[in-house]
Ligand binder design. Sequence first.
Ligand code: HPA
Length: 375
Amino acid sequence: MSEIECISTEDAAAPITPERARGRRARTGCSIADVARACGVSAMTVSNVVNNRGAEVSLQTRERVLQAVRSLNYRPGVNAVQRRRTLTHALGVIFPDAGNELTENLYFAAVLSGIVTRATAHEQVVSLFAPELWSDVFASLRKYTDGRCDGLIVVTSNREIDILGALIERGVPFVCLSGAHENPQAPSITVDNTYGVEQAVRHLLDLGHTRIGNLQGLQLADDAVERSAAFKSLTESLGCDADPRLVVNGSFTRSSGCAGALSLLDQDASSRPTAIVCANDRIAIGVLDAARQLGLRVPDDLSIVGFDDILTAEITEPGLTTVRQPLKQMGSAAVDILLERIDDLNGPVQKLVMRPELIVRGSTARKPSINRTKG
Ligand code: HPA
């Protein structure tokens, strides 16, 4: 079982008491007119601000309106009857491109499974918001904040789209899973990526590898950025060949892994790696594809380490050595933290960092004495 490290948080896995499951009552809301009155502007101005319209609203007014939205707990689209009701007991999950990702990226499937199991235990339902693109996330802001759910779990954070900033401004309870690592205002659940990459690199060093390649994920996701930075600093400090030709940028997909591996292994004899650390398991599965195409044996000719430990990692041939993230526990902790936020939006911002664990399977072995990857 993975160790859980908590930074400024109570025990996220605390038992669910009947009071916790049942006892959440709606905080009293207010109408758009109340907000307008509180800051001396028209209801139209309030509407423009909360819906992100009306470029003519001055920054000062905008800030004043958002301040009132937060302090009065105004929820656009929630009518007076709804405001008096108890909470919806629905937790929203924002999952960009879920249509494809849920089936193709088992990382998401495991996280969602943790979310659903824990939410059900808390007598909550889960509403899945599945915008196709990250840019649609921002465009659909109103849907997430109009009262159909009590709070949001935002899975993965694309650094380009400041959805979290918008939720903070509007006083919407949320927690971010796998992003917002360095945002002190955003509650988050992340994994210690530096520790995970270190386990992978040390394992390969112990097996005698020094020319270690790195296939990176898209440098817009916090996890990918941290894993890349960790690889760079570790190879420098642990005495492997710190050669930029060993690093290939890509995305968290199998095809990216295959293309990246083909380019890494297509280098001249002295440049080719004998082992590759991948930013996730899908990339590692793509490296297995590339090795097959090139007639290389894994692990005899090439060692491969993944990251995540998705369901398929143990059924590849050979099984994948990988850095396991406690994905289900991360999903379940997200539910606990979100429910605490819904109870008390002014409580401490919890930043939970979970510890990953190296799982050694058949895809890694001692560095070959005769390097068949060298042509
Ligand atoms: N693995 C796969 N996909 C992801 C991850 C991860 O760790 N983080 C964000 N998207």
